[in-house]
Design a protein around this ligand. Sequence first.
Ligand code: ASP
Ligand code: MG
Length: 457
Amino acid sequence: MIVCKFGGTSVQDAEAVRRVAGIIKARLKDKPVVVASAMGKTTNGLLQAAETAARGKRQEALDLLGKIRERHYRETQKLLAGSAQEAVLEALGTHFKELATLLKGLAILGELTPRSMDAVASFGERFSTLILTEVLRAGGIAAELMDARQCIITDDNFTRAAPLFDLTDAAVREHLLPSIKAGRVPVLQGFIGSTRNGITTTIGRGGSDYSASLVGAALDAYDIQIWTDVDGIMTTDPRMVPEARRVKVISFDEAAELAYFGARVLHPATIVPAVRKKIPVHVLNSYKPEQEGTLITDEARPCENPVKAIAYKKGITIVNITSTRMLMAYGFLRKIFETFELHKTSVDVVSTSEVSVSLTLDDISKLWDVVTELRKISEVNVDGGKAIVCCVGDNLRNIPGLAHLVFTAVQDVNVHMISQGASAINISFVIDEDRLPHAVRSLHDVFFQKLDPNIFE
Ligand code: ASP
Ligand code: MG
């Protein structure tokens, strides 16, 4: 059994959906379970409509919804004919009516709770899988539309709910196994789930990858395929460095570091369930299905290159916190991290000295609350417009003098913070954002001059 997950760009229009049907058809002997995202940009559109409604702009919100509806109707009409088309248009129509009612409610309430955001956002995946299932059937595949909300059971931390693994494992098996055993192809929505009480949740933006690996782990799949619109994991972002090459094989640990540090290919949590069951994950390009993509696996393969890939994250803010006389030594770090926790602000890179702590944030929506609190016990200054650069490779553990190589490559760039992860497979550092392209290119030149043909293409 395998899980095939298709991202937003892989189902963005009729042509893309047809390609997906071809990919599934070619894998029927592997007993695929299909997980799909919303058609590209739909989730953003839905959330925008919800926000507009909650600001009281009822008609504007309904117009935004109208655009989303037109698009789904149009692509359905291109994909399906006759009674299949009618059935899908009717089901879509019912969904859109319900959504319009929801938006009107938000306009009256004038407020948008995380719970309502999830209720609205969940429709994107429900639309796309509805269409996809019918297209698969029209192509002679015994597809069956499932409701991911009965399978992915989460806590009630709406908009980024955490899956409850045991309940999810059991629910996935209960709902999907009969369908698979009967020779059908279950199709379910990525990104969405529900609480134990059946309230719709979402597991965080870009979470469909995570859904796919939760399903794969629950079913003991032998392969989890993440179909996207790029060739796989690359040595770095090809938009920044055109010479970037595909990484053919990478370890779970390396892939996890890359995902956390901004390689946009995989949702960071995707790896967790796969690691638990040691299931290989393939990142594949749905626009070039014949290519081999990137294999993420448990077994470390020897590689001549010290660095496997360079990731980066823009829009980073550094917060420097210097302890005042009042609060030295113990309790200081705890207080700092408690403050961040209280304001649900997560921290990426941390470096400390005797009297100060520097840390980086990418979400600064609560920054001023945090700073106000911290200023009661310390001096705080905030420095925006930064970027994190992160070099990842299993080999970094063993190679002496690597830091020297890294920082020689960027010697003309001002480095604000440095951190070598506890896993010792990454070196990350923080620079001014405007120096980012230069830094990444220089590093890429140094580390990917020669390529180990077993690992890179
Ligand atoms: N549709 C959701 C999003 O845009 C989930 C996903 O694409 O993975 O965030
Ligand atoms: Mg995605």
